[in-house]
Design a protein around this ligand. Structure first.
Ligand code: KG4
Ligand code: ZN
Length: 340
């Protein structure tokens, strides 16, 4: 037991207050998430001030629960890992201040974690055989990146969105058709009863940047379709619209991820971020990867959306590399992937 590295991880970058205990980078002893979704649903999206206030209310309780569930005390913990960016500044600050206080009071090292590195690291939890290098498609509410994970915490970005993130497109379209917030899971569910070929939406290609994404044209096409139907007094069958929109997003994600793996010569492809829990994306990736002889990895839905277990995994590998944060660790709301 004494040689085990136990990370207490804290995540508060958006609307989930989360804490987890992770052993030796791969074993999740506890993963507590206090979601604020019901609260923000009232406003149709995340209200930053409300998020910060709720984080303050919940964070101590969530951490205590994480330690209790893991059957450990602060004494047993090797280091504290915390998300310090990117995210909402007020929300991030709650986690960062909490982690600094605990680390200082308990005399434990502090490790600052990049939220997106956390999302990628979620793949290590349930796939003990997965090791870098591999291609990873990161699709969350704020980010859409195609990267090569060269080593733990080392990324080469080969594609990114030029406008909206994939999750953002899901959220905006869901709102436009009246499905509400958060849009991704609602579109996913509605699409199950729809025909994905009912409406042919455009797929954007960016000249000279084969791995970049663009979803704003698609979003506009969906809005135009809705306005047109409203003007003509035609009823919209939401499942068809959801399935057709989702299919356009999925197709643009899958073709680029698979093309990148083939061109760069990697056999392993992983999905990460909230949109990685999308059933159509998983299914399409499964099909194409098996045709192309690629091995596909993705986390369970609970590890795809924001959680602290993934932060604990990333913190473990950062800790092993010697990464330590000082007491001046600050929230960095626009922290870029690959930056420290
Ligand atoms: O990774 P995440 O929890 O937070 C960020 O770091 O952004 O991702 C949240 C995003 C939201 O936009 C949400 O609508 C989307 O992930 N999402 C989904 C699904 N579940 C969550 N999008 C499509 N299908 C889903 N099943
Ligand atoms: Zn996230």
């Amino acid at each position: 037991m004494s040689e085990d590295v136990l990370i207490l991880a804290i995540e508060s970058s958006c609307d989930e207050t989360a804490a987890a205990v992770v052993r030796n980078g791969r074993e999740v002893l506890s993963n507590i998430i206090s979601s604020q979704i019901d609260l923000h649903t009232l406003y149709g999206g995340v209200v930053p001030e409300i998020a910060s206030r709720k984080h303050i209310e919940k964070i101590n309780q969530v951490i205590e629960e994480a330690l209790a569930k893991a059957k450990v005390t602060l004494n047993d913990i090797t280091a504290i890992g915390v998300t310090y960016g990117p995210g909402l500044v007020g929300a991030l600050l709650v986690g960062v201040a909490e982690a600094k206080s605990i680390a200082y009071a308990a005399g434990k090292p502090l490790v600052g974690v990049h939220h997106i590195e956390g999302h990628v690291s979620a793949n290590f939890i349930e796939h003990p055989d997965l090791e870098p290098p591999f291609v990873c498609l990161i699709v969350s509410g704020g980010h859409t990146h195609l990267v090569i994970v060269k080593d733990y915490g080392e990324f080469e970005i080969i594609g990114r969105t030029r406008d909206d993130a994939a999750g953002e497109a899901f959220d905006k379209v869901a709102r436009a058709v009246g499905l509400g917030y958060p849009g991704g899971p609602k579109v996913d569910k509605a699409a199950k009863d729809g025909n994905k070929h009912a409406v042919e939406f455009p797929r954007a290609k960016i000249e000279g940047a084969p791995y970049d994404f663009s979803f704003s044209g698609l979003k506009s096409a969906v809005l135009n379709y809705i306005n047109h139907a409203n003007m003509m007094g035609e009823e919209i069958y939401v499942p068809d619209l959801a399935a057709s929109f989702q299919n356009a997003v999925v197709e643009s994600l899958v073709t680029r991820a698979v093309a990148a793996a083939k061109e760069y010569g990697y056999q392993k492809v992983a999905l990460a971020g909230g949109v990685a829990s999308n059933t159509a994306l998983r299914q399409a990736m499964e099909e194409v990867c098996s045709q192309e002889g690629l091995k596909l990895y993705y986390p369970s839905p609970i590890f795809c959306t924001d959680n602290a277990a993934m932060i604990g995994v990333a913190a473990y590998y950062e800790y092993q590399k010697g990464s330590r944060a000082g007491w001046d660790l600050n929230a960095v709301p626009n922290l870029k992937l690959g930056e420290r």
